[in-house]
Design a protein around this ligand. Sequence first.
Ligand code: PEP
Ligand code: MG
Length: 756
Amino acid sequence: MLQLLNNIIQQANEAPDLNHALRLIVNQVKHNLSVDVCSIYLMDDKTNELVLMASEGLLEQSIGIVRLRFNKGLVGLVAERAEPVNLANAHSHSRYHYFSETGEELFHAFLGVPIIQHGSVLGVLVVQHSSKRSFKEEIVKFCATLATQLSVVITHLKAIDGVKKVDKRTHKLNTNIQFTGIPSAPGIVIGTAVVIDLNLSIESIPDKTVENISDEQHRFMKAVHAVKSEIKHLLESISDSLPETYTTLFDAYLLMLESNSFIGAVNDEIKKGNWAQGALRKIMLEFIKTFSEMEDAYLKQRVEDIRDLSKRLLNVLNNNTLNSIKYRDNSILVGHELTASMLAEVPKGKLSGIISVNGSSTSHTAILASALGAAAVLGIDDLPISFIDGFTIIVNGYSGQIFINPDNKRLKEYQLLVTKDQLATKKLWDDRHLPSVSKDNVHIPIYANTGIISDIKPAISSGADGIGLYRTEFSFLESEFFPGEKEQENIYKHVIESFKPHPVTMRTLDVGGDKTLPYFPIEEDNPFLGWRGIRITLDQPEIFLVQARAMLRANIDSHNLKILIPMATSLHEIDNAIALIHQAHQEIVQEGLETPFPQIGAMIEVPSLIYQIAALSKRVDFISIGSNDLTQYLLAVDRNNARVAELYDSLHPSVIAAIYQVVSSAKKNQLPVTICGEMASDPLATILLMGMKIDSLSMNSSSMPRIKSVIRTMKCNDCEKVLSDVLQMEEAITIKEYLISVIKDKGLFGLINPGN
Ligand code: PEP
Ligand code: MG
C-alpha cells in the first residue's frame, strides 16, 4: 500500500497541470482499491463552494458542474466536520443530496476524507461503492493518508496553473498572480525575477530561453564529457571491490551518455531555444515515463538510475550556470532556499528584492537582505519557482505580498506606493543625524548591526553611534577556507578604524544553525539545538584563539573594540571564553605589543541565561539580547521554518516578559544592556524597549532612521505606561493591535505601513 501511495504522489507531482494530476489520482485510486467511484472536489475560493473536479465512476457531464456549499450534501459534511465520513448507505443519511447529472444513485457506500492544508479545507476525496457496506479500515486509512499528501501536491499545482494559465480571451499570460509569504525585509520594489536556486528536482527545472544555441549545446556536451569522466573514474576506483552487477550499472550510464537517441534528443530540444537544463528535463522525463510504464520489473527499476544520471548532469550544468547568471537591474532573486553567498554573488546595485520558499523573517538571509537594502518576502511555500524566471514581480516587504506579472493598473498603483515609500524613507534619512533622544530627554544610542564590508559606509552615513553587532561569520562565509590571522586582522582593522572613537562590538564566530561554512560542514538532525556559536569555538580553541588575536591586534591603535560571546548556555562557557581571550591577549603582549584588554559581553540568546544575570554581571562588562534566537528557543519555534512562522512572534507575552526580566535584572546589577536582534528594528517593539529603559539598541543601518523617528517622537515615561499595560495582556495579537493603536496616535503608522 505504501508503494502505491508513493507512486500516486510521484506521478501526480510529475503531471503537467492540476487537471491531469487529479484525473490521474482518481483513476489510480479507483483501479487499485477496486472501488466503483473515486472523485475529488476542490474548494473554489471565489464562491466558497466545493466543485467536482475529477471523477472515475460518476458521469463525465457532472465534472465541473456539481457544486455544493459546506452545509449541503455529504461532501459538504466532510468539509464542515473536517474529518472522514464512512457510510454503508449514503442514501439514508439526512445530509444526502442527489445530483441527477452524476448518476450516483447506483452507489450506496460512501467514504469522504477531507484534504486539509494549514488548517483549511482544500477539498474532499470521495470513494463510493454499489454494495451497502461501509469501507474497511484499510481503505479509510489509505484514503486519509493519501489526502494529507494531496494537499501539498494540489497547492503546488494550483500555484503553477495560476502562473502558466493563459487567458482564453486575450491569449495573454495571467496577470497579478498573488502569493503571500512572511514579510522579511522592509521596502516595496518592482523588478525582474532571476531564479537562481538550481538545486531542484528534475521535474521542477524551469524552461529558459537562450539566444546562443551553439554555446548552449557546447555547454551541454561539456557536461556530458565531465560526467563521463566522473563515472569512468568511479568505475576504476570501485571495480575491484564491487560485484559485477553494480559495475555494469555504470557501464549502462556510459552507454546512455554516448547514445545518439539521448544526446541527439537533448541537442534537438536546445535547438528549439531552451537552455540545456530545460532540454535535459524534457528528454529525461520522457525516458522516465517510458521506463516506468514497462512491464519488466528490472527495467522499471532503472527509473532511479535515470534520475541519478540526470542529477549528475544537472550538477555540472548548474555549477557553471551559477557563475554565468545575468543579473539585470532591479533583480528579484528567487529560490527555494537562498543562502548568504547567493546574495553576495549579485553585482553591487543590481539587487532589489528576494523571494523564497523557505526561510522566515529572522533567518540570516533576511538579515542580509535588509543589510543590502533589498525588500524580502520569504516562506512563500507554494511559490512556483520553476515557472517565473524573467517575469516582472512586485515585492512588498512590509505586507508579505508579491504579484507576478502585474498588469498596468497594478503596476501604476505600486509605482505610486514605491514613490511614497521612497519619499518617506528620504525624509527619515534626512533626519538621521539628529540626536537619538526621546521627547522626555532620554538618550538611547543606536548602533549598527553589520558583517559585510560593503555595509560599513551605509552604517556610518546612517548616523550610527557605533557598531553593536559585527557578525564575523559573514566574512568566514565568503572565504574558501578559515581566514588566517592576518586576513582577519585586516578585515577587523578596517571596521574598527572606520568607527573610531565609537565602539565596535565584534561577535566571536557564530556558525552552526542556519550558517554553515562550506569548508566546515556540520551535519546534524537539530542544527539549532546543536553545535553552534561558542559551543563550536570552545571545542576548537584554535579557531577562537586566532580570531581573538586578530581582533586584539586590529585594536592596537584604535582602542574601541568590544568582544561579544554568542550562544552561551552556562556560566562556565563564558569563563572559558574569557580565559581564552586572556590567553590571546597574553600572547600578543609577550610579542612586545601593547593592546588594551577589551570590554567583554555575553549574548542573551539561550533562555537559561535569563535567570543568571546577577552571576553574569560579575563576569562580563555588558550583555546584548539576541532576540532572534531568544524568541526561537523560548517558543520552541525554528526561526527558519516557514511552516511554523506564524508561531514565531517576538511580541509573544512570554518573550516580552523574559526580555523585561533580563533588562530589569541587568539594571539592578548595574550591567549595561542592549538588544541586537531584529526586534530592535521593529517600531512596535521599540516602544516596549524604551518603556523597559533599555540602554541602547542595535540594528541594520536601513532601519535606523525609522527607529530614531520613534525614539524622537515618544516619551520614555509614556512608553513605561504602555509596557505596564502590555505586561497584563495574554496574546501576541492583542499586544500588536494595542501597539499599532499607540503608533497611530503618534502619527507614526506610515513607519509600518507605507503610504499611510
Ligand atoms: C540574535 O539571535 O538575535 C542575533 C542577533 O544573532 P543572530 O541573528 O546572528 O543569530
Ligand atoms: Mg543569534
